[in-house]
Design a binder for this molecule. Structure first.
Ligand SMILES: C[S@@+](CC[C@H](N)C(=O)[O-])C[C@H]1O[C@@H](n2cnc3c(N)ncnc32)[C@H](O)[C@@H]1O
Length: 222
């Protein structure tokens, strides 16, 4: 299975729910893992592309997975009358996730899990501005790439999040994981390389910020 750790990270956040929905399921690996690990009694796997969803359908046939239902459709459209315990959107950009959330105002979803492919900072800002509460937000490294995973629920109030939490992810500061430290070191190396040929105040500021976060992490692990 491609990207097993990243998908396992999502599955590990789910405990024995009645209905999980995977929007943009594509290959269907997450849906398969959720039913095989008995994380969900039923999974609805959706995708805007019938061709992509066909991969999930084939996987279900191959492994005889009866508890997965495949539905073609855009965003929450295929599940808007369902009572969803957890709805996952992984592997899409932050702006696509924001677009889907914008149409999900009347959806009955207890908890969301996002694993954006990019624009995570913009997604966090949107969540804050639109009264979503971030419960968990942390980074994992899988096959040399870093993935942010966010667990989110709708709230009555605007969450207090600092600028650093928006830029780096709330739970990373508590977890202080090896993957997060590696992410920071990797970011620092990239910035340093760019600065060798291209002096930029913005990058210098970003470098200072990464060094500040690294210092905080080192302080914690002392
Ligand atoms: C890169 S794949 C990610 C697959 C899987 N979720 C993962 O994390 O590995 C993105 C999938 O999302 C689907 N997709 C894109 N926009 C969508 C939307 N608005 N609604 C449902 N599916 C969408 C694409 O067709 C594609 O199959």
């Amino acid at each position: 299975m491609r990207a097993k750790k990243r998908i396992e990270t999502i599955a590990d956040l789910i405990e024995n729910v009645d209905l999980a929905v995977d929007i943009g399921a594509d290959h269907g690996y997450l849906a398969k893992m959720l039913v095989e690990k008995k994380k969900a009694k039923k999974v609805i796997a959706t995708d805007i592309s019938a061709k992509s969803l066909q991969k999930t359908i084939e996987l279900c046939k191959r492994f005889n997975l009866a508890n997965i239902e495949a539905r073609v459709g855009d965003g929450i459209e295929p599940i808007k009358t369902e009572k969803v315990d957890v709805c996952i959107i992984a592997g899409m950009g932050g702006y696509e996730i924001i677009k889907i959330l914008g149409t999900a105002k009347n959806a009955t979803v207890k908890e969301w899990i996002f694993q954006p492919a990019q624009n995570t900072i913009e997604l966090r800002q949107y969540l804050k501005n639109n009264n979503f509460k971030i419960l968990k937000d942390f980074i994992v490294k899988d096959q040399n790439k870093f993935y942010n995973t966010l667990v989110v629920e709708k709230s009555q109030n605007r969450q207090e999040l600092s600028e650093l939490e928006i830029r780096y992810g709330l739970t990373n500061f508590d977890l202080c994981s090896a993957d997060f430290i590696e992410y920071l070191m990797d970011k620092l190396e990239r910035i340093n390389k760019t600065l060798e040929n291209n002096k930029s105040e913005k990058l210098e500021n970003e470098k200072d910020e990464v060094l500040t976060v690294l210092a905080k992490m080192k302080e914690k692990t002392k």
